[in-house]
Design a protein around this ligand. Structure first.
Ligand code: ADP
Ligand code: MG
Length: 246
């Protein structure tokens, strides 16, 4: 198709951001061997981002979400164990004011990260500051802050942010030392700021994550005291189309 015809269609549909970038992105996609779907995804993501006003856009970028996932895209019928009503209430963000935590626990593919990101995006839309880390990234941030003598400052920064999201706790075990840093962070935010955590490990196995049962239960105590735990044990969404074709 001629580029100018694409231009015309995108203009008709008011997809202005896509119109600005699709040619450059097509070149990039060709150079980096991006799949057709990933190219389309990039265009759509940029279009979605441009729709959100600029200050929110900035908050989304600062949050460093690995992907943009919306609550509106979440298919609750696929995961009936999740209390949809409660998630929708949480999306009104009262849990930020009351500094309550949300825990999504369950096997891979059940939508833990999706839900965490979509609540994070709701928070940015309310102009709240959000930081998204994998547990591994956060551990590295804390460990290197300690080495360079900036631990207190880093803990303060991480306490000041309105919503902290820690994804994939439990894929890697922490050392005793990093478990302690993690404990310090959770203690500092306790009753001050909300945390969303996702984990593939049930609470009984958190002792393994933190290399220490005592530290693990001290962390769990604080996280769970004011919290909404979601134990999700449904099917992996990644298997959705596979099981359909069988
Ligand atoms: P987890 O973090 O639990 O391993 P993800 O949240 O990464 O799972 O979900 C895996 C993929 O499936 C993501 O692309 C996510 O957007 C999608 N997904 C998972 N559950 C649902 C759902 N119920 N409705 C729509 N998409 C879903
Ligand atoms: Mg995940």
């Amino acid at each position: 198709m001629e580029p100018n015809q694409i231009d015309t269609y995108l203009k008709t549909l008011s997809l202005h951001r896509m119109r600005e970038i699709y040619q450059q992105e097509a070149e990039n996609a060709a150079n980096t061997k991006l799949s057709y779907q990933d190219y389309l995804l990039r265009l759509l993501e940029q279009q979605v981002l441009s729709k959100i006003d600029r200050s929110i856009n900035r908050k989304v970028q600062l949050a460093a979400f690995p992907q943009l996932k919306r609550l509106e895209e979440f298919d609750f019928s696929y995961q009936p164990k999740i209390n949809e009503q409660l998630i929708r209430e949480l999306a009104s963000l009262d849990f930020l004011k009351t500094a309550k935590n949300i825990l999504f626990i369950g096997p891979p593919g059940v939508g833990k990260t999706h839900l965490a990101i979509s609540l994070g995006i709701k928070a940015t839309q309310a102009r709240k500051s959000v930081l998204f880390f994998t547990a591994e990234q956060l551990t590295q941030v804390l460990a290197s802050a300690e080495v360079s003598g900036r631990l207190n400052k880093t803990l303060e920064d991480l306490t000041r942010v309105d919503l902290l999201i820690i994804d994939e706790l439990g894929y890697l075990s922490l050392t005793k030392q990093t478990a302690k840093l993690f404990f310090q962070l959770v203690s500092k935010r306790y009753e001050k700021g909300a945390i969303i955590i996702t984990s593939n490990k049930p609470f009984e196995q958190w002792g393994e994550i933190f290399a220490d049962d005592v530290v693990a239960s001290a962390i769990l105590d604080r996280l769970l005291h004011h919290s909404y735990p979601f134990l999700i044990n449904g099917k992996s969404f990644r298997m959705k189309n596979i099981s359909k074709s069988n």
